[in-house]
Design a protein around this ligand. Structure first.
Ligand code: FNR
Ligand code: LAC
Length: 353
């Protein structure tokens, strides 16, 4: 699907979606690392019925895949985030809407999808507080604070392309207040998003702000971008409801480990205190199975939803979710596990190099 999406999309849009930071080592490593884990499957288990459901933040999901926050989806398809939201609703899963989305908080809420809101703290705290209030008023169930992005990673593809969304697509939630991306041109012709982030988003965010977000929202807070036991413990102590082990799809610190390799230390540290999620490089049902075996409650997918969206709008995103669900069910059967609760560390081991 990635190849078909590449053929359909303008180069600058595809490069923004597909690309990573620096040498793109972490980007590639996220997918590659799954191949370094192998299964210890069991045999002669009655797998005629398998239960793929999980509970995340107290809510039952039919299978353990959520849609990661992904900015600017209207570059992939005219319906953008609305198509994604409708597909998520149909599949019964949760969509996490990005602060930098190309559709408003309220329009996505109107689809009725189960929804969380991803927050980028802006330098203007009044504006940031208003974003939180809008999400709360529109029925978003959780706030996802992304903590791996004090500044945007340097993405050479976007710099070279002078990345700017096409006319008519911009930061729908923020154009009226910050001017959005179209106001960022002129300064050297690099990535408009890099420039926006540097000007508008706040690199001084600390643990104290986690408490501010939590008290302002009165919603469960999810920290997205934790990769160490130390920060996971701190997150649990700060009272967050969940963390996502994430390196932002290899778009931030190049040299970050693959998230599937960082997952065990986080899950070991706090898996009994909060919901541990993981995102980065999940492409197959077997990747989902591996993530659950290493301690994740569920996974988030980023780029696969974009490829589905570019190839077929709502139906395309729906197809991606269907394929993952079928593939995960198959993987459970072939591994000899009948419920997600029974998936544990003994199901995997490191492959012999
Ligand atoms: C992202 N991601 C992201 N994360 C976030 O917290 N806020 C955002 O606005 C975005 N925007 C965004 C745009 C694009 C084009 C991509 C590819 C990613 C990161 C995303 O939520 C997730 O962490 C990764 O995409 C997961 O990796 P995979 O599934 O893409 O390999
Ligand atoms: C990105 C930002 C928007 O990764 O999170 O492009």
């Amino acid at each position: 699907m990635a190849a078909e999406a590449e053929a359909r999309l303008p180069k600058a849009a595809f490069d923004y979606y597909a690309g990573g930071s620096g040498t793109e080592w972490t980007l590639a490593e996220n997918e590659r690392a799954f191949r370094r884990w192998v299964f210890r499957r069991r045999v002669l288990v009655d797998v005629s019925e398998v239960d793929t459901a999980v509970t995340v933040l107290g809510q039952r999901l039919p299978f353990p895949v959520l849609l990661a926050p992904v900015a600017l989806q209207r570059m992939a398809h005219a319906e953008g985030e609305l198509a994604t939201a409708r597909a998520a609703a149909e599949a019964g899963t949760t969509m996490i809407l990005s602060t930098l989305s190309s559709t408003t908080i309220e329009d996505v809420a109107a689809t009725g999808v189960d929804r969380w809101f991803q927050l980028y703290v802006h330098r203007d705290r009044g504006l940031t507080g208003e974003l939180i209030d809008r999400a709360v008023a529109s029925g978003y169930r959780a706030l996802v604070l992304t903590v791996d992005t004090p500044q945007l990673g340097r993405r050479d593809r976007d710099e070279r392309n002078g990345f700017l969304p096409p006319p008519g697509v911009d930061l729908a939630i923020l154009t009226s207040t910050t001017g959005g991306l179209s106001q960022q041109t002129g300064a050297g012709g690099g990535s408009s998003l890099f420039a926006y982030f540097a000007r508008q988003c706040d690199p001084s965010v600390t643990w104290a702000d986690v408490e501010w977000v939590r008290s302002r929202a009165q919603l469960p807070v999810v920290l997205k971008g934790v990769t160490t036991a130390e920060d996971a413990r701190r997150a649990a102590d700060a009272g967050v409801a969940a963390v996502s082990v994430s390196n932002h799809g290899g778009r931030q610190l190049d040299g970050d480990p693959a998230t599937i390799d960082a997952l065990p230390e986080v899950a070991d540290e706090v898996g009994d205190r909060l919901d541990v999620l993981v995102d980065g490089g999940v492409r197959r049902g077997t990747d989902v199975l591996c993530a659950l075996a290493l301690g994740a409650k569920a996974v988030l997918i980023g780029r696969p939803q974009l490829w589905g969206l570019a190839c077929g709008g709502q139906a395309g995103v729906g197809r991606v979710l269907d394929l993952l669900r079928m593939d995960f069910t198959l993987a459970m059967r072939l591994a000899g596990v009948t419920s997600t609760a029974a998936i544990g560390r003994s199901l995997v081991r490191r492959a012999v190099p």
